[in-house]
Design a protein around this ligand. Structure first.
Ligand SMILES: [Zn+2]
Length: 639
């Protein structure tokens, strides 16, 4: 039961609303400007609306207060009749219980003050009509500067006109796709966004989960494709709002869309309440979405699906663009760009194998951008004064980078192709909206380690895990088993089974210290971090710099009880390279903001990726939640 009392006299006299909240389990948002005050009063049934005339004598207060107490659908898939179909209600998710009523009051007061004094001043500011959030998956911090000599398209335009942050880092240890995109979207560390990894064992659900899976939704099947079983995708496991939500809260006419080859990138960059998120489906070769976003595909998407544009890439081979050989050394490229990679195998027509190869190639990006341009036209992004958001996540630098490494001609070529394709996108937006009305941010979800071959030839530490490591892990496990006995000590990985600990009456700390001691002998292990030390560090006090990264990655219901940190440069796979460590090569990412009317230049000061959405909100002049981890860096960008 939720009671909201509105003291009308206070509204009349001062523009202030007083709320009494008995449950503190609400998610308030000011969503829509109207000419009278409207409050949804909820007590478990359908909402009732109370309207009162606006207090004309002291100015016009224009807002609609919308309060949701439940998800549109609960976990069993049952619709809440009070909100079904209400596009102006934002979904309440688990995080709302942490919100404070004072935040609502502050928001109301700020907007009320704005309606009296700020509107004229704000409308004269040059506010962009489209915010383009670009993320390059595995876009390591050195790529923009290192490959700059051969850029001539979109990256060149961004570098020539934007502010480049040369020392931008993810401030968490779990440097993987979901954690990175969530940080860039929400301004919170994984500890607070809940995106501790791409997948995890969820203690609340008692099962292994994928970060954006949602059994209450389904993937929408494109026409002509086989329906797939299993659940869909949604931001249900993202515990916070993101930049797109803040922009919509500021202006309900703002539209938010997100596209990325990876479902997790597309979903997480869209925030809680995106109008659409699309990702690549390797079964059908199409851009798909889930029932979280729409009940069916709109006409323009159906038309796009009908054309089966992915099949246009069938039979193509990947050969590199021409690059002056004199530049290769300067760009630290090993070998010469002289390769031919076919997409797929001995197939006569496009199969799932071909679509997977397309997903793992640079050709996924022009396909994505064709879809994005159609979306911009169909939804008229940037067409009016409301700020729209388009998030585009480019996966190919990651898929190519894992195989060939950051010093390969293949990664260089993938970046160069993206440079040219972004140039075409910017030309398209310039013609349609005018680039003076488009703000662009560019960053990445994580970096990557060099290939072990490169490390050894450049006297860098590193290498693959060795047979000696495998033997060491297993002998540590045997020692554990001999000391504590055979039992179901773990749910999976390094997640303790608390029931076993309780049944056997064993202290967590004694298990932790034994495992730490045993694994410390392994040649490739730098350190093992325990839940006990991470939680006690979270409580305050001095923090080891690396421990701080683990604290920012740690969520008590989702994180393992032990984190194994390998030595610098150690690759935990058998070929290629990867990321996921707290080392600089994984935390250091590209970061750039190209803002209309703002300055151009380079900032060498250390910034964190969580600062980016907060800074964009600040540049837009909109409110962001009090509990973000990021810092407003707009002063570094404003002229
Ligand atoms: Zn990756």
């Amino acid at each position: 039961m939720l009671e909201i009392a509105v003291e009308k006299s206070a509204v009349m006299e001062t523009g202030e609303l007083v709320f009494e909240d008995q449950t503190r389990r609400i998610l308030p948002y000011v969503l829509k400007e109207i000419n009278e005050l409207s409050v949804l009063h909820l007590n478990g049934g359908p909402p009732q609306e109370y309207r009162s005339a606006a207090p004309r004598s002291s100015g016009t207060i224009k807002f609609l207060l919308c309060v949701c107490t439940n998800r549109l659908k609960d976990r069993t898939g049952t619709s809440n009749p009070g909100f079904a179909g209400r596009r102006d209600c934002i979904l309440a998710s688990d995080w709302c219980k942490f919100q404070r009523i004072m935040h609502l009051r502050r928001l109301i007061l700020a907007l009320t003050a704005l309606s009296f004094t700020g509107q004229n001043a704000r409308s004269q500011e040059a506010t962009p009509r489209l915010v383009l959030l670009l993320t390059v998956d595995q876009g390591r911090g050195d790529y923009l500067e290192r490959f700059q000599p051969s850029f001539e398209g979109g990256f060149k335009m961004l570098l020539d006109g934007g502010v480049l942050f040369t020392d931008a880092h993810h401030f968490h240890a779990s440097t993987v796709t979901a954690a990175g995109h969530a940080s860039l979207s929400t301004g919170r560390y994984p500890a607070h966004s809940g995106m501790v990894g791409n997948e995890w064992y969820d203690r609340t659900d008692g099962k292994h989960v994928y970060c954006v899976e949602d059994g209450t939704t389904q993937i929408l099947t494109p026409a002509g494709a086989k329906p797939r079983s299993g659940g869909g995708r949604s931001p249900a496991r993202l515990l916070t709002t993101g930049l797109g939500d803040w922009i919509q809260a500021n202006d309900p006419d703002s539209k938010v869309f997100s596209i990325g080859a990876k479902d997790r990138s597309a979903v997480l960059m869209g925030g809680q309440n995106a109008h659409g998120a699309f990702w690549f489906d390797t079964r059908s070769g199409q851009w798909v979405t889930s029932t979280h976003y729409a009940a069916e595909y709109s006409a323009w998407v159906r038309e796009f699906h009908r054309e089966r544009f992915a099949d246009d890439y069938f039979g193509h081979s990947w050969t590199p663009l021409a690059v002056p050989h004199a530049l290769l050394g300067e760009m630290e490229i090993v070998g010469t760009p002289d390769f031919t990679h076919t997409l797929g195998r001995a197939d006569f027509y496009p199969t799932r194998r071909f679509y997977s190869a397309l997903y793992n190639s640079p050709f996924i990006e022009p396909y994505l951008l064709d879809f994005a341009k159609k979306l911009v036209v169909a939804h008229e992004l940037g067409a009016d004064e409301s700020v729209d958001v388009l998030a585009l996540s480019f996966a190919s630098v990651d898929t190519v980078g894992h195989t060939y490494g950051p010093n390969s001609p293949e990664v260089l070529d993938t970046m160069l192709r993206l440079d040219r394709e972004l140039g075409e996108l910017f030309d398209f937006l310039d013609e349609r909206i005018g680039l003076a009305n488009v703000a662009i941010s560019l960053s990445a979800d994580h970096g990557v380690a060099s290939l072990p071959e490169y490390q050894s030839s450049h006297s860098l530490p590193g290498g693959f895990l060795s047979a000696a490591d495998y033997a060491c892990f297993q002998s540590a496990g045997r020692a554990f088993q001999e000391k504590f006995g055979k039992d179901d000590w773990f749910h999976e990985g390094l997640y303790f089974n608390d029931e076993t600990l309780k049944r056997r009456d064993v202290e967590r700390s004694s298990l932790e210290s034994m495992i730490v001691k045993e694994l410390a002998r392994c040649p490739s292990i730098q350190r093992v971090w325990t839940r006990t030390e991470i939680e006690s560090a979270s409580a305050g006090g001095w923090l080891d710099k690396t421990l701080e990264l683990y604290v920012h990655s740690f969520h008590p219901e989702r994180s393992p009880d032990l984190y194994v940190q390998y030595k610098e440069g150690i690759i935990g796979r058998v070929r290629g390279t990867t990321h996921g460590s707290p080392y600089r090569y994984d935390t250091h990412v590209m970061a750039l903001v190209h803002w209309p009317g703002a300055r151009q230049g380079t900032v060498d000061e250390r910034v964190n990726t969580v600062d980016l959405p907060v800074t964009i909100a600040s540049l837009l002049g909109i409110d962001f939640p009090d509990d973000v981890d990021g810092v407003d860096r707009s002063a570094l960008i404003r002229d």
